[in-house]
Ligand binder design. Structure first.
Ligand SMILES: [Zn+2]
Length: 121
């Protein structure tokens, strides 16, 4: 993956953003090192200290669902893109942006129905 990205970093530095190659390469190496190690820990749990953290358990469950529904939860580290692209699912169910919007509208409608009308005045 790093070798695949390197020519693009060079092209970007050469034609668009001067002095960006080494920073882009460092970010790429950092991301893929973190990704590969975290992915390994998700699949081969060995009592590593990060397994105690809530964020790790969250991304592990997020990734488990990715293997079950392979076109969902595409981002291992940061599910923000999945949320915005409508590919996010959680163990509670589908969490697409459209569904969340619909649920929020239903909550607002329910709140309006249960709020007593203002009889004073
Ligand atoms: Zn995996």
């Amino acid at each position: 993956m790093i070798a695949f990205h390197t020519p693009f970093f060079w092209l970007i530095q050469h034609f668009l953003i001067p002095y960006s190659f080494w920073g882009a390469l460092a970010a790429c190496v950092t991301y893929f090192t973190g990704y590969e190690y975290t992915h390994y820990l998700m699949h081969v749990p060995k009592g590593h200290y990060v397994e105690r953290f809530k964020w790790f358990r969250f991304i592990k469950e997020h990734h488990r669902l990715h293997h079950k529904y392979y076109l969902r939860n595409m981002n291992v580290f940061i599910p923000l893109a999945d949320y915005h692209l409508g590919t996010l699912i959680t163990s509670e169910g589908w969490r697409s942006k459209a569904l969340i919007h619909k649920q929020n509208l239903e909550k607002k409608d329910k709140a309006k129905e249960t709020t007593p009308a203002n009889s004073e005045g």
